[in-house]
Design a protein around this ligand. Structure first.
Ligand code: HEC
Length: 201
């Protein structure tokens, strides 16, 4: 009798541990922060659709080469632990990872007559803060629809890095375009003094 009880108890403990482990792995997506391969490539953050949705943009152009053929939607996500840290401090902790999805857009389809909605996936831009790995703290990556790993867009202070460094409101993140995060940054006083926002409310 005692033995059966012990076996049952062990089973329960194992079941509880399994649930706990799978909970840790899936909480907020499968990845807690940036994951790198042994040769320093960034692993595609597969679980990001379960992270915190930051905001979206339509047809925002930050590339000189942008054509006006089709306006693209951008959807921005950040890993949940960094989001929580931002709410508390108004800054981004080490190992923050942002994902910017690009989607095509259209206006005519199904019952829709006006306004725009998202269509096909066009690519992922990723931004990582890793103070030990990168001398310049932030690094930038692009993934097409199939790529599982990506090398940084020319390491160091490349175009991505420079534009984000000069123009982003909080560290390298464009919080001026994310209204809920902007409230937090204003409250915590973490907007860079060099960045001038039109709306100073
Ligand atoms: C000329 C300026 C400029 C350049 C160059 C640029 N970005 Fe951005 N980036 C922006 C702006 C503006 C936003 C916010 C608006 C949006 O959602 O598109 C943004 C947003 C992002 C975000 C969402 C998180 C955040 O920082 O706000 C990621 C990720 C990102 N960019 C990655 C990249 C990558 C990768 C490159 C290089 C291949 C790049 N960017 C080059 C201006 C730039």
């Amino acid at each position: 009798m005692r033995k059966i009880f012990a076996v049952a108890l062990t089973g329960l403990v194992i079941a509880a541990l399994t649930i706990r482990v799978s909970h840790i792995q899936t909480a907020g997506g499968s990845v807690a922060g940036p994951q790198f391969t042994a040769d320093g490539k960034l692993v595609r953050p597969e679980g990001y659709r379960r992270w915190v949705f930051v905001s979206s943009g339509l047809g925002m152009s930050y590339s000189q080469k942008a054509s006006d053929d089709m306006q693209m939607f951008t959807n921005v996500f950040v890993n949940p632990a960094s989001y929580d840290y931002f709410l508390a401090h108004g800054t981004w902790p080490d190992k923050t990872i942002f994902v910017l999805e690009l989607y095509g857009s259209t206006s005519q389809g199904s019952i829709n007559k006006h306004g725009n909605y998202q269509t096909g996936f066009m690519g992922l831009d990723v931004e990582v803060k890793d103070e030990k790995r990168f001398a310049d703290k932030w690094a930038y990556y692009g993934f097409n629809s199939n790529e599982k790993t990506a090398s940084p867009n020319t390491p160091g202070k490349n175009d991505c890095w420079q534009c984000h460094d000069q123009n982003a409101a909080v560290e390298h993140s464009f919080v001026q375009f994310y209204p809920e995060l902007l409230k937090v940054a204003r409250e915590k006083g973490t907007i860079k003094p060099t960045v001038h926002l039109e709306d100073k409310k």
